[in-house]
Ligand binder design. Structure first.
Ligand code: F6R
Length: 265
């Protein structure tokens, strides 16, 4: 795992968007794993901006989102399908048939979860998975005690997550208390992981996830098991990391990061 500390959220977002852009340019048939939430809005805005300037081609790309609320139809403005259409899919030339989210309205949720896993497998697996981290330490909606080998399934949301996300609902009490989420095991099978974390309210949980022991109490700590994982953070999120100077040295000296050092990306 590598941790890249950028001076502010804008620079962290720009670097994340650049890495995704490079991946799609290198492989137009890329299968991207996507996340939602406040942090990712800026990434999708940046990708849409790059697309406007440079004309990216997503026509052959496929996407799989991490999660969806149970009980919300795709046309509900609080659903993650709506979020993705709004923030990204409507802004790029992706074929909506190639974009996948679990169906929160599925009659048989277990069946839906199995079908989601099959679909990922049939598409050859996820090449690049984008992740955020929740205040509960979740990735996707893998709340504390999610098995490190868990697959796509329904998960009850913790009070911490409900407190984090209910303000995004017009009527906070309307936030569903369950969601379908890719499992930790599903996520770890991606070819590459990029986790983006910004803001000081994430500093404590980020330090535990990245530098603490691997534990199912903090699902995000499982990314330590992944052989190709980049964690991109801003200074405020990095505040409680012990090895900041080491991480900075890597970014400042490793040839891989040379193209990104002196610009805002
Ligand atoms: C949602 C997801 C979640 C979010 C996390 C952080 O698809 O994967 O794990 O990444 O809850 O959300 P924000 O960015 O709103 O703090």
């Amino acid at each position: 795992m590598e941790v890249i500390i950028r001076e502010n959220a804008e620079a962290a977002v720009a670097l994340t968007a650049s890495l995704i852009t490079e991946a799609i340019v290198a492989n137009p048939s890329l299968t991207l794993g996507l996340a939602t939430g406040r942090t990712m809005e800026a990434v999708y805005a940046k990708l849409a901006e790059i697309d406007r300037h440079d004309g990216l081609d997503f026509s052959l790309a496929k996407t799989y989102n991490l999660d969806e609320y149970i009980g919300l139809p795709p046309e509900d403005p609080h659903s993650y399908r709506y979020y993705m259409n709004e923030h990204l899919f409507s802004k790029i030339n992706i074929d909506l048939r190639n974009t996948h989210l679990p169906l929160g309205m599925a009659e048989d949720i277990d069946e839906e979860c199995l079908a989601y896993e099959d679909s990922i497998l049939n598409d050859g697996g996820i090449d690049l998975q984008l992740l955020g981290i929740g205040r509960s330490g979740h990735i996707g909606f893998n709340e504390p005690l999610s098995a490190l080998r868990s697959r796509t399934r329904a998960k009850a949301l913790t009070p911490t997550t409900i407190a984090q996300n209910s303000p995004l609902f017009k009527v906070p009490e309307d936030m569903p208390s369950r969601a379908i989420t890719m499992g930790v095991g599903t996520i770890l099978e991606a070819g590459r992981i990029i986790m983006l974390v910004t803001g000081k309210e994430k500093a404590a949980i980020l330090a535990k996830a990245v530098e603490g022991p691997i534990t199912s109490m903090i699902s995000a700590s499982a990314i330590q098991l992944h052989p190709k994982c980049t964690v991109i953070v801003d200074e405020t999120a990095a505040e409680q990391l012990q090895e900041k100077e080491y991480y900075r040295w890597i970014f400042d000296n490793e040839p891989e990061w040379e193209p990104y050092r002196n610009n805002n990306a």
